[in-house]
Structure formats: C-alpha cells, structure tokens
Design a protein around this ligand. Structure first.
Ligand SMILES: *[C@@H]1O[C@H](CO)[C@@H](O)[C@H](O)[C@H]1NC(C)=O
Ligand SMILES: *[C@@H]1O[C@H](CO)[C@@H](O)[C@H](O)[C@H]1NC(C)=O
Length: 397
C-alpha cells in the first residue's frame, strides 16, 4: 500500500560513495475529506536513524477553510500549519525560509517552514506509524496524498578527504596516516566491526588511498583501481565477510564497488575510483552502530567524541585523535609511515587552497560539476585539487 523509493537529494563528493539519499514513503492517492479529528497514517517498516524529516501534503478542491495540520510520531506531535487555505501542495521542510504563515490565497504551492520544528524527530528510529492529523478546521477540503521523506544518518569518508559524521555533517581532515574510521567491538553480539582508512598526500592535498574492514576474523582491504586482499590474499574468492554477504562489481576500468550486506537493506559500501577510495554506510541503526567510535563521531548525534568520551571541537585535533594507535590491531597488511607513536603528517600550510589544481581551469571544473547539486563546491575543489576532471563524472554513478 505504501511505496518507498530512494531518490537522490544531492550528490556529494567524488560522490559515488557519498550520495546523500532520502527515503520517501507515500500514501496511496486518496479522496479523504478532512473533518475535525481526521487523521491518516503511513507505516514505515524500515529501521534507520533519521537525520532529516520533510513532509509533503496535497490538499485540494476545498473552499477557504482554517486548517490545522499536525504530524505525530513516536509520541511526539509537531504543528505543521494552522492556516486559511483552499488547496495546498506543500513540502514542509525546516530549512525553508518561507514560513507557512505566509500561505495566502486559494492555491499554495511551495516549500514551507512548518510552525513547529520537524527536527524533534532527528536521531529517532524511522520505524513506526507516522500520522497526519487534522485537529480542527472549518470548511471542506480533501486530502489527496501525503508523504514522509526521511533522510537516514549515514557516515562517509571520500574525496579530499572529506568526512561525513553520523549527523550528516561534513568536515575535512588532511592528516596523512592510518585512521580509525569506525570501531564497534560490540557489533553483532561481539562479532565486531572495525574500519580503518589510510590517507596519502599528493602534491598538496590528501586522499584516502585504501580502506580495510574487519568483520569477525575476516579482513578485506581495498585499494586503488579495485585491487583488494581478503585476509592477506590478493583477489581471493569474495562472497562472504564473516557471515555477511559481500558483492564486488567492476563498474568500469576506473571504478569498483564492494558492498557488504548487513541485512534489512543496510550496507557498508567501499568504492575505488582510479586511485581514490571512499567508504560509506547505507542506512544505519543503533543495532549496528550504537556505541561506535571513530571519525564518524558519536552514533545518533554525530558529536566529535575523543577516545575518552569528551566532546572535541577542532577538526585537526579530532582527526589526530583517531590515528590508529600502536596498541590497536593493525588491519592493513603492509605497514606504512607514519605509524603511531609517530603522529599523522599534517599539510605544511593549514588549509589547502584551490590554487593547487591550477592545471584545471575553474570554469571547466564548474561545468563538469554542475550536476552535483548542493555539493558542487566540494566537487569543484576536488577536481581542481586532483587536477582530474574525471572525478566529476564519478558523481553520476
Ligand atoms: C465550504 O463547503 C462546505 C461544503 O460544501 C460548506 O458546508 C461550507 O459552508 C463552505 N464554507 C465556506 C466558508 O464557504
Ligand atoms: C580526553 O581526551 C582529550 C582529547 O584527546 C584530552 O585532551 C583530554 O585531556 C582527555 N581527558 C582525560 C581526563 O583523559
């Protein structure tokens, strides 16, 4: 009865891997007359932690009425609108700068900031009954259709390197060393999940050159051009990591994708595009990641937690905090300088500037990155830093 489709709400960095996607759950097309106290529920079965909620509502064919619309979920209720209207074809989105109070006249199309804040649902699990309620209104209107649009919290590391915390917020860390991307010893009743990444400097920028993921006793290491090792053996047969199914696909001679299936649609995706490697999670719930630590921050909040649990505020200090320690297991087969206690090598002059990629004209990069939406600037930066226009193509995947 309800359909869910995945659509792209913005392409990110070297993007392939870090596509920010939202799940849309829509009601059937209805002709439900709204009367005082009417409501309609959409049941969401998927279970992931939410980073953003938008609500789409289509109301038609009414005469002018005072309409009050609420959204309820998990025992919390948010006021969407309390307005005079006839028809409304609206997306309620906290980040809109148009308040719903400005709805006037008989037909209103647009994206509006709701009266209450939908952010109260952030960090909650998506699973359950989402209910649109009409506590009161005068007049006669019909609810045609509505939808709940949920953006899962997903961690990622890609590009320059840029990292996306569990709160879907990006930051940069340019230190060169081995880093704890994610550590959760409690994963799957003690099976354990560890992901390390290795960064590398090139000219004056840095990128992720390889990633290693350990599930139980099995370790998969992925490097440039899709090269991989399973438990130290190059190109070993690859169908399981511990008990988890893994698929491996060469998308093109430049691009390879490894997908670890954690069940119920949740995945860890490791990808290489030429010699750049990215890692991201698809869907994420407390069951897999609750209590995890590392460069993605605290699960549920995305706060930058140090090893001792204090909250950090400086990206360089936070990145360095998660250098793989000499006391920790080494996931990569070959050691590479620097290894703790030698600290990460930091770029010589703080922020790396755009001038680095002078070999590519900014205009050409802008053009190549046009389809990257919100993250176009990051794309332009990476293309110019790497001096490689093909990086922009990767986003089309
Ligand atoms: C709106 O339409 C309903 C149903 O036709 C009618 O009962 C009501 O009086 C109308 N209200 C206004 C304000 O025109
Ligand atoms: C906790 O970790 C932070 C970051 O490394 C450090 O600055 C702080 O001194 C530590 N606090 C304690 C009590 O160890």
């Amino acid at each position: 009865m309800f359909s869910c489709n995945n659509y792209l709400s913005g392409l990110s960095l070297l993007g392939v891997l870090a596509l920010a996607s939202a799940n849309r759950y829509e009601s059937e097309v209805m002709n439900q007359a709204m009367v005082d106290g009417a409501s309609h529920t959409i049941q969401v079965d998927d279970d992931f932690v939410i980073c953003d909620v938008d609500i789409e509502v289509d109301i038609v064919r009414g005469n002018s009425s005072a309409v009050h619309i609420d959204l309820s979920f998990g025992g919390m209720t948010v006021d969407l609108a309390n307005v005079e209207l006839c028809s409304l074809n609206a997306i309620f989105d906290d980040s809109s700068t148009t308040t719903v109070d400005s709805v006037v006249g008989c037909v209103s199309y647009g994206t509006y900031q709701p009266q209450g804040s939908l952010s109260v649902f952030n960090s909650e699990s998506s699973q359950g009954s989402w209910t649109l309620e009409f506590p009161s209104f005068s007049g006669f209107n019909i609810l045609t259709q509505w939808a709940v649009i949920l953006t899962p919290c997903e961690g990622a590391g890609t590009g320059d390197p840029h990292f996306k915390t569990w709160a879907n917020k990006w930051y940069d860390f340019h230190g060169v060393c081995d880093l704890v991307f994610l550590s959760n010893p409690k994963f799957a009743q003690g099976t354990g999940l560890e992901i390390h990444i290795r960064t590398k400097a090139r000219y004056q920028y840095s990128y992720i050159e390889s990633a290693a993921i350990q599930l139980g006793e099995d370790i998969l290491e992925v490097g440039a051009y899709g090269g991989y090792m399973l438990n130290g053996i190059s190109n070993a047969d690859l169908d399981k990591l511990d008990k988890y199914t893994i698929t491996h696909q060469m998308v093109s001679s430049k691009q390879s994708v490894f997908i670890v299936e954690l069940g119920e649609g949740k995945q860890i995706v490791i990808q290489s595009f030429k010699d750049l490697v990215s890692v991201k999670t698809v869907g994420a719930s407390f069951e897999e990641y609750g209590g995890s630590m590392g460069l993605l921050g605290e699960f549920g909040t995305g706060q930058w937690l140090s090893r001792n649990g204090t909250v950090m505020s400086d990206a360089d200090a936070f990145g360095n905090e998660w250098q793989v320690l000499e006391t920790e297991p080494k996931l990569f087969q070959m050691e590479r300088f620097p290894q703790h206690p030698v600290q990460c090598t930091m770029p010589s002059h703080g922020k790396v500037g755009r001038r680095l990629g002078e070999s590519i004209a900014e205009a050409a990069a802008e053009k190549a990155c046009e389809h990257w939406g919100d993250l176009k600037d990051q794309c332009v930066y990476d293309v110019m830093a790497a001096g490689d226009l093909e990086l922009a193509e990767a986003g089309a995947f």
